[in-house]
Design a binder for this molecule. Structure first.
Ligand code: SF4
Length: 359
């Protein structure tokens, strides 16, 4: 469905026209043929595989996603196998990708597809958007990449590229900014082969129209770009400052077992080192710091030699051999591995801190 380009025009052109958009698309297509990225989810039109890739790519870079995607498809090749998996298996397979709500939503979406749609992703965009974790972007990406529909998409790379192309002065994380981006994306869309067009926009944003120093001299659509100061775009709303949080957790070992606790909050369903209500009055044995949404969390781990008695609710002793198969968030996984390695050389009974573990 051809659409008028409302925001978009050639820099030197008189106004937004369909021929501007056509020329833009042709330049983009030529560039994509020579420089497009070779990505595994672009070699399939399987709606399941595309849904998996889209969930993984939300808030995570392509290079990080690649090994996870291949392993996930090997382990859960279709909606049925994913729907039949336990939450623990799903979280374990997602471990390291972060933002675990995506894994839970993907799992819930697979169950909905199996139980409500006979195991096939519905063709209807409205029905797709009813699935857990599926918003406008994911629904349109599936429409374009799996079903070949002429549907626009706007994700992080495309947002940056389009905001610069039209010199968007609205913050892109506002309703007005989003509306301008989606409208521009729609105005540039070809009536056929939207999948390649959308992929090309993403790749151009990811490799040429990059965040800090856009490579304008090599940009195939520079002629159309209206950005006065590209590096200053896109504009975003001012963020609230990072909140600092410090947490204390215990490392407790008994013979060949370690005590863990099932998280109810931040990492719901995953196993973490047990939380301490109060930090002991001594140096932690291990410390790390990591970002989490709008927080920076300092994780202090204390080696506790004393017997805590029977495990509290949600706590369990796990044998050392079982640890790698448990879903565990990366900060706790790293801490546990280092604590176990350090234990080889240090006696916890003496409670001697190992300075090299404190960062
Ligand atoms: S000319 Fe520069 S700022 Fe404009 S779209 Fe190309 S890379 Fe981005």
């Amino acid at each position: 469905m051809p659409v008028e380009a409302k925001h978009f025009s050639a820099k030197s052109g008189p106004a937004a026209t369909r021929s501007d958009a056509a020329e833009f698309r042709a330049a983009l297509r030529r560039w994509f043929r020579a420089h497009g990225r070779d990505l595994p989810w672009r070699k399939t039109t399987d709606p399941y595989a595309i849904l998996v890739s889209e969930f993984m790519l939300q808030q995570t870079q392509v290079a990080t996603v690649l090994p996870y995607y291949s392993e996930w498809i090997r382990r859960f090749p279709d909606f049925a196998s994913l729907a039949a998996a336990t939450e623990s298996e799903v979280l374990h397979a997602w471990q390291g990708l972060g933002y675990y709500a995506r894994a839970r939503n993907l799992h819930a979406a697979a169950k909905a597809v199996v139980h409500q749609h006979g195991g096939k992703l519905p063709r209807n965009a409205h029905a797709i958007r009813q699935l857990p974790g599926v918003g406008r972007y994911t629904a349109n990406a599936i429409a374009a990449f799996a079903f070949g529909d002429s549907a626009p998409i706007v994700e992080a790379n495309i947002s940056r590229l389009l905001a610069r192309l039209i010199n968007l002065r609205e913050p892109i994380d506002t309703v007005a900014g989003q509306a301008a981006l989606w409208e521009t994306a729609a105005s540039l869309l070809p009536s056929r082969d939207a999948a390649a067009h959308n992929s090309a926009l993403m790749d151009l944003g990811a490799t040429v129209c990059i965040s800090r120093r856009p490579r304008c001299p090599t940009c195939p659509v520079q002629k159309f770009c209206q950005a006065a100061d590209p590096a200053a775009l896109p504009i975003k709303k001012a963020r609230l400052g990072l909140k600092l949080l410090t947490e204390a957790h215990a490392f407790r070992r008994r013979k060949e077992s370690v005590l863990l606790e099932k998280s109810e909050n931040r990492w719901r369903g995953m196993w973490i080192l047990p939380r301490l209500a109060q930090a002991p009055g001594r140096q932690p044995f291990y410390r790390s710091s990591f970002p989490f949404t709008n927080h920076r969390i300092t994780l202090n781990i204390f080696a506790c030699a004393e017997d805590p008695g029977p495990p509290a609710e949600r706590q369990r002793w796990f044998s050392l051999t079982a640890l790698e198969s448990l879903p565990m968030p990366s900060p706790h996984r790293r801490a546990l591995r280092q604590m176990l390695a350090a234990e080889e050389a240090h006696s916890f009974a003496k409670q001697r801190p190992h300075p090299s573990l404190i960062r």
